[in-house]
Design a protein around this ligand. Structure first.
Ligand code: ZN
Length: 160
């Protein structure tokens, strides 16, 4: 068991391992980090549907040579609230923490209501959402009150 686990987690030199992603959401995590697989640069490994004591089955994403910004961590937390982030340097885990869903998400997602003031082209306003519920995810646009769910985030990132 444990050797299998090490095989999965410990093979990148410098970068980030996002573990305990709910099964089926690894691709969404990659998309929201802006990694499509086309733009070279980062070596990425997706491990999908592996056994997890905590979750039953889970996904894992490993990204070589990449760090995550605070905004990116917030987005990851929205779609994978169970995720654990491991920062790897020279093959060692130097830092490990759980993601935390913030109460407010600003400027990272677009409201799906085309008439929302945040979608006006003349005077664009930074989008702002409040988190109403974490699991299942429910976000409300602070300007027009439109409710957004996981499915809307998948659409926004081109996956639904
Ligand atoms: Zn809105």
């Amino acid at each position: 068991m444990s050797s299998k686990r090490e095989l999965i987690i410990s093979k990148i030199r410098d970068g980030v391992v996002i573990d305990h992603i709910p099964a089926g959401r690894a691709l969404l995590v990659l998309r929201l980090l802006g990694i499509s697989g086309r733009e070279g640069g980062f070596r990425v490994a997706l491990v999908m549907n592996v056994e997890s004591r905590k979750l039953g089955i889970k996904d894992i994403v490993k990204i070589e040579g990449r760090e995550l910004t605070k905004d990116e961590l917030n987005l990851v937390a929205l779609v994978a609230p169970t995720a654990t982030v491991n920062i790897i340097r020279d093959y060692e885990v130097i830092s490990k923490f759980k993601v935390a869903i913030p109460d407010v998400i600003e400027g990272l997602l677009k409201c799906k209501n085309p008439r929302c003031i945040t979608n006006q082209q003349r005077e664009p306003i930074r989008s702002r959402f409040r988190v109403l519920s974490r699991e299942p995810l429910k976000l409300v646009c602070d300007y027009c009150g439109t409710i957004h769910e996981l499915n809307d985030i998948e659409k926004y990132f081109g996956l639904a």
